[in-house]
Design a protein around this ligand. Structure first.
Ligand code: FAD
Length: 389
Protein backbone atom coordinates (compact mmCIF):
# COMPACT_ATOMS: atom_id res chain seq x y z
CA UNK A 1 0.00 0.00 0.00
CA UNK A 2 1.42 3.34 -1.05
CA UNK A 3 -0.05 5.29 1.84
CA UNK A 4 0.08 4.29 5.50
CA UNK A 5 -1.33 6.00 8.61
CA UNK A 6 -1.07 5.23 12.29
CA UNK A 7 -4.84 5.64 12.57
CA UNK A 8 -7.59 6.10 9.97
CA UNK A 9 -11.05 7.23 11.12
CA UNK A 10 -14.08 6.70 8.90
CA UNK A 11 -16.77 9.34 9.56
CA UNK A 12 -16.45 12.98 10.60
CA UNK A 13 -19.57 13.30 12.72
CA UNK A 14 -19.13 14.44 16.31
CA UNK A 15 -17.63 11.09 17.32
CA UNK A 16 -15.08 10.76 14.50
CA UNK A 17 -14.14 14.45 14.57
CA UNK A 18 -13.54 14.54 18.32
CA UNK A 19 -11.64 11.23 18.19
CA UNK A 20 -9.36 12.77 15.56
CA UNK A 21 -8.76 15.80 17.79
CA UNK A 22 -7.87 13.71 20.84
CA UNK A 23 -5.56 11.44 18.82
CA UNK A 24 -3.51 14.45 17.69
CA UNK A 25 -3.61 15.90 21.19
CA UNK A 26 -2.16 12.61 22.42
CA UNK A 27 0.70 13.00 19.93
CA UNK A 28 -0.22 10.32 17.38
CA UNK A 29 1.78 11.21 14.29
CA UNK A 30 -0.15 10.23 11.17
CA UNK A 31 -3.92 10.41 11.53
CA UNK A 32 -6.39 10.39 8.61
CA UNK A 33 -10.03 11.45 9.04
CA UNK A 34 -12.34 10.58 6.13
CA UNK A 35 -15.90 11.50 5.34
CA UNK A 36 -17.83 10.78 2.18
CA UNK A 37 -19.50 14.20 2.67
CA UNK A 38 -18.00 16.88 4.87
CA UNK A 39 -17.63 17.44 8.61
CA UNK A 40 -21.01 16.84 10.31
CA UNK A 41 -22.68 15.86 7.07
CA UNK A 42 -24.49 12.93 8.69
CA UNK A 43 -26.85 12.83 11.65
CA UNK A 44 -24.82 15.15 13.83
CA UNK A 45 -25.97 18.08 11.68
CA UNK A 46 -29.58 17.34 12.64
CA UNK A 47 -29.01 16.72 16.33
CA UNK A 48 -31.04 18.63 18.89
CA UNK A 49 -27.65 18.79 20.65
CA UNK A 50 -29.07 18.98 24.16
CA UNK A 51 -26.24 18.65 26.67
CA UNK A 52 -27.58 17.22 29.94
CA UNK A 53 -26.54 14.78 32.64
CA UNK A 54 -29.83 13.01 33.40
CA UNK A 55 -28.81 9.38 32.87
CA UNK A 56 -29.84 6.39 34.92
CA UNK A 57 -26.73 4.26 34.29
CA UNK A 58 -23.85 5.47 36.51
CA UNK A 59 -21.15 5.31 33.82
CA UNK A 60 -23.36 7.30 31.45
CA UNK A 61 -24.00 9.90 34.15
CA UNK A 62 -20.23 10.11 34.76
CA UNK A 63 -19.54 10.61 31.06
CA UNK A 64 -22.35 13.16 30.78
CA UNK A 65 -20.90 15.07 33.74
CA UNK A 66 -17.55 15.13 31.93
CA UNK A 67 -19.36 16.23 28.77
CA UNK A 68 -20.98 19.21 30.49
CA UNK A 69 -17.57 20.20 31.88
CA UNK A 70 -15.98 19.84 28.45
CA UNK A 71 -18.61 22.06 26.83
CA UNK A 72 -17.98 24.74 29.47
CA UNK A 73 -14.29 24.65 28.57
CA UNK A 74 -14.63 23.97 24.86
CA UNK A 75 -13.01 27.21 23.72
CA UNK A 76 -9.86 26.29 25.62
CA UNK A 77 -9.92 22.78 24.15
CA UNK A 78 -10.63 23.52 20.47
CA UNK A 79 -10.71 27.30 20.07
CA UNK A 80 -14.50 27.56 19.75
CA UNK A 81 -17.36 27.33 22.24
CA UNK A 82 -19.35 25.23 19.75
CA UNK A 83 -22.31 27.56 20.21
CA UNK A 84 -22.77 26.13 23.70
CA UNK A 85 -25.45 27.91 25.75
CA UNK A 86 -25.32 27.03 29.44
CA UNK A 87 -29.02 27.61 30.01
CA UNK A 88 -29.54 24.71 32.42
CA UNK A 89 -31.90 21.80 31.75
CA UNK A 90 -35.37 20.91 33.04
CA UNK A 91 -36.55 17.33 33.49
CA UNK A 92 -40.25 16.76 34.17
CA UNK A 93 -40.92 13.55 36.09
CA UNK A 94 -44.13 11.49 35.81
CA UNK A 95 -45.63 10.46 39.18
CA UNK A 96 -44.65 6.80 38.73
CA UNK A 97 -41.00 7.71 38.09
CA UNK A 98 -40.53 9.79 41.22
CA UNK A 99 -39.03 7.05 43.43
CA UNK A 100 -36.47 6.01 40.85
CA UNK A 101 -35.73 9.65 39.97
CA UNK A 102 -34.92 10.29 43.65
CA UNK A 103 -32.38 7.48 43.54
CA UNK A 104 -30.88 8.81 40.31
CA UNK A 105 -30.63 12.41 41.50
CA UNK A 106 -28.84 11.20 44.65
CA UNK A 107 -26.46 9.22 42.41
CA UNK A 108 -25.89 12.32 40.23
CA UNK A 109 -25.24 14.53 43.24
CA UNK A 110 -22.74 11.93 44.47
CA UNK A 111 -20.95 12.31 41.14
CA UNK A 112 -20.76 16.07 41.64
CA UNK A 113 -23.49 16.97 39.14
CA UNK A 114 -25.24 20.25 40.03
CA UNK A 115 -28.83 18.96 40.03
CA UNK A 116 -31.80 19.03 42.40
CA UNK A 117 -35.56 18.64 42.72
CA UNK A 118 -37.45 21.94 42.67
CA UNK A 119 -39.98 21.96 45.56
CA UNK A 120 -43.59 22.11 44.33
CA UNK A 121 -44.13 25.39 46.18
CA UNK A 122 -41.62 27.06 43.81
CA UNK A 123 -43.10 25.77 40.55
CA UNK A 124 -45.52 28.62 39.81
CA UNK A 125 -42.83 31.24 40.23
CA UNK A 126 -40.00 29.29 38.64
CA UNK A 127 -41.96 27.70 35.76
CA UNK A 128 -44.76 30.19 34.91
CA UNK A 129 -45.21 28.44 31.55
CA UNK A 130 -46.07 25.06 33.05
CA UNK A 131 -49.43 23.30 33.29
CA UNK A 132 -48.51 21.27 36.42
CA UNK A 133 -51.35 18.77 36.12
CA UNK A 134 -49.95 15.24 36.15
CA UNK A 135 -46.37 16.32 36.92
CA UNK A 136 -44.89 14.23 39.75
CA UNK A 137 -41.67 16.19 40.22
CA UNK A 138 -39.30 18.55 38.44
CA UNK A 139 -35.52 18.21 38.35
CA UNK A 140 -33.20 20.96 37.20
CA UNK A 141 -29.56 20.76 36.17
CA UNK A 142 -27.88 24.13 36.43
CA UNK A 143 -24.79 23.62 34.26
CA UNK A 144 -26.40 21.84 31.29
CA UNK A 145 -27.66 23.44 28.08
CA UNK A 146 -27.37 22.93 24.36
CA UNK A 147 -24.83 23.49 21.60
CA UNK A 148 -24.63 24.02 17.86
CA UNK A 149 -23.75 20.53 16.56
CA UNK A 150 -22.24 21.66 13.27
CA UNK A 151 -20.15 24.43 14.81
CA UNK A 152 -18.89 22.01 17.47
CA UNK A 153 -17.95 19.30 14.98
CA UNK A 154 -16.32 21.70 12.53
CA UNK A 155 -14.26 23.13 15.38
CA UNK A 156 -13.03 19.66 16.37
CA UNK A 157 -11.99 19.05 12.75
CA UNK A 158 -10.27 22.45 12.53
CA UNK A 159 -8.37 21.76 15.75
CA UNK A 160 -7.33 18.34 14.39
CA UNK A 161 -6.12 19.85 11.10
CA UNK A 162 -4.27 22.67 12.92
CA UNK A 163 -2.47 20.01 14.94
CA UNK A 164 -1.24 18.34 11.72
CA UNK A 165 -4.03 15.83 11.08
CA UNK A 166 -5.24 15.10 7.56
CA UNK A 167 -8.95 15.49 6.77
CA UNK A 168 -10.34 14.28 3.46
CA UNK A 169 -13.94 15.22 2.69
CA UNK A 170 -15.92 13.70 -0.22
CA UNK A 171 -13.91 10.52 0.35
CA UNK A 172 -16.02 7.40 0.88
CA UNK A 173 -14.43 4.32 2.43
CA UNK A 174 -15.72 1.55 0.20
CA UNK A 175 -14.58 -1.30 2.47
CA UNK A 176 -12.30 -2.25 5.33
CA UNK A 177 -9.20 -4.21 4.34
CA UNK A 178 -8.64 -7.37 6.38
CA UNK A 179 -5.89 -9.97 6.52
CA UNK A 180 -6.68 -12.87 8.83
CA UNK A 181 -7.57 -11.49 12.25
CA UNK A 182 -6.27 -7.97 11.51
CA UNK A 183 -7.91 -4.98 9.83
CA UNK A 184 -5.12 -3.40 7.82
CA UNK A 185 -6.70 -0.30 6.27
CA UNK A 186 -9.49 1.04 4.11
CA UNK A 187 -10.31 0.84 0.43
CA UNK A 188 -10.90 4.25 -1.16
CA UNK A 189 -11.81 5.06 -4.76
CA UNK A 190 -8.19 6.11 -5.29
CA UNK A 191 -6.81 2.86 -3.90
CA UNK A 192 -5.90 1.09 -0.68
CA UNK A 193 -4.76 3.04 2.38
CA UNK A 194 -3.03 1.18 5.20
CA UNK A 195 -3.59 1.97 8.87
CA UNK A 196 -2.36 0.57 12.17
CA UNK A 197 -5.89 1.03 13.52
CA UNK A 198 -9.11 1.80 11.67
CA UNK A 199 -11.81 3.48 13.77
CA UNK A 200 -15.32 2.90 12.52
CA UNK A 201 -17.20 6.13 13.29
CA UNK A 202 -19.58 5.89 10.35
CA UNK A 203 -22.81 6.29 12.36
CA UNK A 204 -25.74 4.27 10.96
CA UNK A 205 -23.55 3.27 8.03
CA UNK A 206 -20.98 1.65 10.35
CA UNK A 207 -22.71 -1.73 10.19
CA UNK A 208 -22.24 -1.95 6.41
CA UNK A 209 -18.61 -0.95 6.72
CA UNK A 210 -18.00 -3.57 9.42
CA UNK A 211 -19.72 -6.20 7.29
CA UNK A 212 -17.21 -5.54 4.50
CA UNK A 213 -14.61 -7.15 6.81
CA UNK A 214 -16.97 -9.85 8.08
CA UNK A 215 -17.43 -8.08 11.42
CA UNK A 216 -20.78 -8.29 13.16
CA UNK A 217 -22.19 -4.90 14.23
CA UNK A 218 -25.82 -5.01 15.35
CA UNK A 219 -27.11 -1.50 14.59
CA UNK A 220 -30.62 -0.46 13.65
CA UNK A 221 -31.15 2.71 11.62
CA UNK A 222 -34.23 4.34 13.14
CA UNK A 223 -35.88 7.42 11.63
CA UNK A 224 -36.30 10.37 14.02
CA UNK A 225 -38.06 13.68 13.35
CA UNK A 226 -37.69 17.19 14.77
CA UNK A 227 -39.47 20.42 13.84
CA UNK A 228 -38.71 24.08 14.49
CA UNK A 229 -41.54 26.44 15.48
CA UNK A 230 -41.73 30.18 15.94
CA UNK A 231 -43.55 31.09 19.13
CA UNK A 232 -45.53 34.30 19.55
CA UNK A 233 -43.64 36.94 21.52
CA UNK A 234 -44.04 38.04 25.11
CA UNK A 235 -45.34 34.79 26.50
CA UNK A 236 -43.90 32.87 29.45
CA UNK A 237 -41.75 30.08 28.04
CA UNK A 238 -38.95 27.87 29.35
CA UNK A 239 -35.44 29.22 28.96
CA UNK A 240 -33.85 25.75 29.05
CA UNK A 241 -34.26 22.54 27.06
CA UNK A 242 -37.08 20.51 28.61
CA UNK A 243 -37.53 16.75 28.62
CA UNK A 244 -41.14 15.76 29.17
CA UNK A 245 -41.75 12.01 29.49
CA UNK A 246 -45.35 12.66 30.58
CA UNK A 247 -46.36 13.57 27.03
CA UNK A 248 -43.23 11.80 25.62
CA UNK A 249 -41.80 14.96 24.00
CA UNK A 250 -38.74 17.21 24.31
CA UNK A 251 -37.93 20.77 23.32
CA UNK A 252 -35.01 23.15 23.23
CA UNK A 253 -34.64 26.86 22.54
CA UNK A 254 -33.22 27.78 19.13
CA UNK A 255 -32.97 31.54 19.83
CA UNK A 256 -34.94 34.41 18.27
CA UNK A 257 -38.31 33.06 19.42
CA UNK A 258 -37.77 29.70 17.74
CA UNK A 259 -38.10 26.32 19.42
CA UNK A 260 -37.24 22.80 18.37
CA UNK A 261 -39.80 20.11 19.28
CA UNK A 262 -39.31 16.33 19.09
CA UNK A 263 -41.04 13.17 20.18
CA UNK A 264 -39.41 11.14 22.98
CA UNK A 265 -39.69 7.62 24.32
CA UNK A 266 -42.09 5.79 24.45
CA UNK A 267 -43.04 6.04 20.78
CA UNK A 268 -43.10 3.83 17.71
CA UNK A 269 -39.68 3.35 16.12
CA UNK A 270 -39.39 2.93 12.35
CA UNK A 271 -36.39 1.02 11.03
CA UNK A 272 -35.25 2.27 7.63
CA UNK A 273 -32.54 1.73 5.05
CA UNK A 274 -29.89 4.34 5.97
CA UNK A 275 -29.20 4.89 2.27
CA UNK A 276 -32.81 5.38 1.30
CA UNK A 277 -35.17 7.02 3.78
CA UNK A 278 -37.49 10.03 3.79
CA UNK A 279 -35.53 13.02 5.10
CA UNK A 280 -38.52 15.36 5.30
CA UNK A 281 -40.90 15.21 8.26
CA UNK A 282 -44.40 13.73 8.40
CA UNK A 283 -47.20 16.26 8.97
CA UNK A 284 -49.09 14.05 11.43
CA UNK A 285 -45.96 13.62 13.58
CA UNK A 286 -45.23 17.35 13.61
CA UNK A 287 -48.79 18.24 14.60
CA UNK A 288 -48.97 15.54 17.24
CA UNK A 289 -45.75 16.65 18.95
CA UNK A 290 -46.87 20.28 18.89
CA UNK A 291 -50.28 19.43 20.34
CA UNK A 292 -48.66 17.38 23.10
CA UNK A 293 -46.52 20.39 24.01
CA UNK A 294 -49.54 22.74 23.95
CA UNK A 295 -51.10 20.64 26.72
CA UNK A 296 -48.06 21.21 28.95
CA UNK A 297 -47.25 24.76 27.82
CA UNK A 298 -50.52 26.48 26.88
CA UNK A 299 -48.64 29.64 25.78
CA UNK A 300 -47.45 27.76 22.71
CA UNK A 301 -50.90 28.10 21.19
CA UNK A 302 -50.75 29.96 17.87
CA UNK A 303 -47.10 29.07 17.11
CA UNK A 304 -45.96 28.92 13.48
CA UNK A 305 -44.21 25.91 11.95
CA UNK A 306 -40.95 26.95 10.27
CA UNK A 307 -39.57 23.62 9.11
CA UNK A 308 -39.10 19.97 10.02
CA UNK A 309 -36.83 17.13 9.00
CA UNK A 310 -35.95 13.50 9.66
CA UNK A 311 -32.58 11.93 10.46
CA UNK A 312 -31.32 8.66 11.91
CA UNK A 313 -30.56 7.15 15.26
CA UNK A 314 -27.97 4.33 15.04
CA UNK A 315 -29.40 2.09 17.72
CA UNK A 316 -27.53 -0.74 19.46
CA UNK A 317 -29.33 -3.60 21.24
CA UNK A 318 -29.12 -1.78 24.62
CA UNK A 319 -29.21 1.83 23.33
CA UNK A 320 -25.61 2.39 24.45
CA UNK A 321 -22.76 3.04 21.97
CA UNK A 322 -20.14 0.54 20.93
CA UNK A 323 -16.73 2.01 21.77
CA UNK A 324 -13.32 0.43 21.75
CA UNK A 325 -11.41 -2.53 20.42
CA UNK A 326 -12.94 -5.98 20.43
CA UNK A 327 -11.60 -9.48 21.03
CA UNK A 328 -10.47 -11.57 18.10
CA UNK A 329 -9.65 -8.72 15.71
CA UNK A 330 -6.60 -6.46 15.71
CA UNK A 331 -6.29 -3.02 14.15
CA UNK A 332 -9.94 -2.11 14.52
CA UNK A 333 -12.14 -0.17 16.96
CA UNK A 334 -15.84 0.66 17.06
CA UNK A 335 -16.94 4.24 17.73
CA UNK A 336 -20.59 4.27 16.76
CA UNK A 337 -24.10 3.35 17.91
CA UNK A 338 -24.90 6.68 19.57
CA UNK A 339 -28.53 5.50 19.84
CA UNK A 340 -29.95 9.01 19.72
CA UNK A 341 -28.03 10.52 22.64
CA UNK A 342 -24.33 10.68 21.80
CA UNK A 343 -23.87 14.26 20.69
CA UNK A 344 -23.11 15.47 24.21
CA UNK A 345 -21.04 12.47 25.21
CA UNK A 346 -19.40 11.94 21.80
CA UNK A 347 -16.25 13.91 22.66
CA UNK A 348 -15.93 12.23 26.06
CA UNK A 349 -16.33 8.79 24.53
CA UNK A 350 -13.66 9.90 22.06
CA UNK A 351 -11.28 11.02 24.80
CA UNK A 352 -11.54 7.75 26.75
CA UNK A 353 -11.39 5.69 23.53
CA UNK A 354 -8.11 7.41 22.61
CA UNK A 355 -6.65 6.66 26.07
CA UNK A 356 -7.60 3.02 25.54
CA UNK A 357 -6.17 2.72 22.04
CA UNK A 358 -3.00 4.77 22.49
CA UNK A 359 -1.99 4.26 26.14
CA UNK A 360 -3.79 0.98 26.73
CA UNK A 361 -5.43 2.51 29.80
CA UNK A 362 -9.15 2.00 30.19
CA UNK A 363 -11.38 2.51 33.19
CA UNK A 364 -13.26 -0.58 34.32
CA UNK A 365 -16.61 1.07 33.75
CA UNK A 366 -15.61 2.02 30.18
CA UNK A 367 -14.54 -1.48 29.15
CA UNK A 368 -18.19 -2.54 28.93
CA UNK A 369 -18.69 -0.25 25.91
CA UNK A 370 -16.75 -2.72 23.76
CA UNK A 371 -18.79 -4.74 21.29
CA UNK A 372 -17.53 -7.72 23.33
CA UNK A 373 -20.50 -7.17 25.63
CA UNK A 374 -22.79 -8.69 22.97
CA UNK A 375 -20.99 -12.04 22.90
CA UNK A 376 -20.47 -11.96 26.67
CA UNK A 377 -24.17 -11.30 27.32
CA UNK A 378 -23.31 -8.19 29.37
CA UNK A 379 -25.60 -5.60 27.82
CA UNK A 380 -26.32 -2.45 29.83
CA UNK A 381 -29.59 -2.35 31.80
CA UNK A 382 -31.71 0.74 31.37
CA UNK A 383 -34.30 2.05 33.82
CA UNK A 384 -36.69 3.96 31.57
CA UNK A 385 -36.25 2.53 28.05
CA UNK A 386 -35.34 3.90 24.62
CA UNK A 387 -32.69 6.60 24.63
CA UNK A 388 -33.65 7.63 28.18
CA UNK A 389 -30.82 5.49 29.47
C1 FAD B 1 -33.04 14.22 15.40
C2 FAD B 1 -31.95 13.89 16.38
C3 FAD B 1 -31.88 14.54 17.61
C4 FAD B 1 -30.85 14.25 18.50
N1 FAD B 1 -30.75 14.92 19.68
C5 FAD B 1 -29.72 14.71 20.52
C6 FAD B 1 -29.57 15.48 21.70
O1 FAD B 1 -30.38 16.35 21.98
N2 FAD B 1 -28.47 15.26 22.49
C7 FAD B 1 -27.56 14.28 22.20
O2 FAD B 1 -26.61 14.10 22.97
N3 FAD B 1 -27.68 13.52 21.08
C8 FAD B 1 -28.73 13.72 20.24
N4 FAD B 1 -28.86 12.98 19.10
C9 FAD B 1 -27.89 11.92 18.83
C10 FAD B 1 -26.60 12.46 18.30
O3 FAD B 1 -26.83 13.54 17.43
C11 FAD B 1 -25.86 11.33 17.57
O4 FAD B 1 -25.69 10.23 18.48
C12 FAD B 1 -24.49 11.79 17.08
O5 FAD B 1 -24.58 13.00 16.37
C13 FAD B 1 -23.93 10.70 16.17
O6 FAD B 1 -22.68 11.13 15.70
P1 FAD B 1 -21.78 10.14 14.86
O7 FAD B 1 -20.50 10.83 14.67
O8 FAD B 1 -21.77 8.79 15.48
O9 FAD B 1 -22.61 9.89 13.50
P2 FAD B 1 -22.92 10.81 12.22
O10 FAD B 1 -23.07 12.22 12.58
O11 FAD B 1 -24.03 10.15 11.48
O12 FAD B 1 -21.58 10.71 11.40
C14 FAD B 1 -21.21 9.59 10.64
C15 FAD B 1 -20.41 10.11 9.47
O13 FAD B 1 -19.87 9.03 8.76
C16 FAD B 1 -19.84 9.35 7.39
N5 FAD B 1 -19.76 8.09 6.67
C17 FAD B 1 -20.61 7.05 6.72
N6 FAD B 1 -20.16 6.04 5.97
C18 FAD B 1 -18.99 6.44 5.42
C19 FAD B 1 -18.04 5.83 4.56
N7 FAD B 1 -18.21 4.57 4.11
N8 FAD B 1 -16.95 6.54 4.18
C20 FAD B 1 -16.76 7.81 4.63
N9 FAD B 1 -17.64 8.43 5.46
C21 FAD B 1 -18.73 7.75 5.86
C22 FAD B 1 -21.15 10.09 7.17
O14 FAD B 1 -21.08 10.93 6.01
C23 FAD B 1 -21.25 10.91 8.47
O15 FAD B 1 -20.74 12.22 8.35
C24 FAD B 1 -29.89 13.25 18.17
C25 FAD B 1 -29.94 12.60 16.93
C26 FAD B 1 -30.94 12.93 16.04
C27 FAD B 1 -30.98 12.23 14.71
Amino acid sequence: MAEHYDVAIVGAGIIGASTAHFLKKKGVEKVLLLDRGGAASGNTSRSAAIVRSFYTIPVMARLAREAVRLFHGLRGEIGSDGGFEATGFTQLVPPDWVDIAEEKVAMHQGLGIDTRFVPEGEWAQRFPWLNPQGVGAIIVENESGYADPVQTTEAFVASFVNAGGEFRSRTPARALLREGDRVTGVLLDEGEVGAGIVINAAGPWAAGLAASADLDLPLRAVREQDAVWEVRGDRPLPDTPVSNPIEAVYMRPMGEGRWLFGRGYPKPYHDVDPDNFKMTCDNDNVVEVYERWCVRIPALDGSRLLHGYAALYDVTPDWIPFMGPRSGIEGYADACGGSGHAFKTGPIFARELVDWLVDGTVRDDFRQFSHDRVAEGRLFNQSFGGNRV
